[in-house]
Design a protein around this ligand. Structure first.
Ligand SMILES: [Zn+2]
Length: 253
């Protein structure tokens, strides 16, 4: 995972770990001994890989966090917790396939307050992640744009908050996969591969620069297979046809 919890409630990117903990206990002991909590199950994790360390995570994140099987002796237990059922956590790396449950799970009776708070407090971070994933811009300068608002509103309308699972690494994908189609006129396509897909398509005739000016086109992200998703498909829906402009791996890890 690339997001961890400190001070009980604060969720941070592992790349900001030293800055946001100020290298203080119980989180930091040395460059190879950094600890926090999993934001999904609340059990202790350690940070693996960082500058000067040869270990690699997948994708472009260098450092990542992984569950521990016990609290190390060195750690001041105040503030850090070990939960023996950590292997059931969807964010546990040995749990192959378990993460797919995230995509099936908006049947809870109550709203997930952790998820709602996270979305309310991390809009800019989520918008940037969604932009990297889709090649479509969800923010302008330092604030989220109205495409972001429509997608999040649609996610909420489609009961996206009614889930028992809260897994911050997944939130961008969760929002995209639950939201319905939204109007796409006037928005910016920033990823060159999405752009070339559109330019090479017979559907293209009104794309001006990177701002999308074709009327009556809607943006949507769908799962390739709702039973065992492998990809999220980023699509533009035209009145009579549709165009896939991107494919996002369903598993971020
Ligand atoms: Zn966990």
């Amino acid at each position: 995972m690339h997001k961890v919890k400190i001070n009980n409630e604060i969720i941070i990117e592992v790349s900001n770990f030293d800055d946001l903990t100020n290298k203080e206990k119980p989180y930091y002991y040395s460059q190879s001994q950094r600890y926090a909590l999993c934001p999904t199950c609340g059990s202790i994790v350690n940070i693996i890989g960082s500058i000067g360390n040869s270990l690699q995570s997948t994708k472009n994140h260098h450092a990542f966090a992984s569950h521990l099987g016990a609290i190390p002796k060195i750690v001041d237990t105040e503030g850090l917790i070990f939960k023996s059922n950590y292997k059931n956590c969807p964010a546990y790396q040995g749990n192959k396939g378990n993460w797919q449950g995230i995509y099936r799970e908006n049947t809870a009776e109550k709203k997930n307050q952790d998820l709602e708070n996270y979305i309310n407090n991390h809009g800019q971070m989520i918008a940037k992640e969604m932009s990297e994933l889709t090649g479509v811009k969800f923010y302008n300068h330092d604030s989220t744009n109205s495409l972001y608002s429509s997608v999040v509103e649609s996610f909420i309308d489609n009961r996206g908050l009614y889930t028992n699972l809260f897994y911050p690494d997944f939130v961008s994908r969760q929002i995209l996969s639950v939201a319905g189609a939204v109007n796409f006129w006037g928005y910016i396509i920033s990823d060159s591969s999405s752009l070339s897909t559109i330019k090479s398509s017979k559907l293209d005739n009104v794309l001006e620069n990177v701002q999308f000016k074709t009327p009556n086109v809607r943006f949507i992200v769908t799962l390739d297979d709702i039973n065992s998703p492998k990809f999220l498909l980023v699509k533009l829906i035209y009145p009579t046809e549709e165009l896939i402009i991107g494919k996002i791996p369903a598993n971020p890890l």
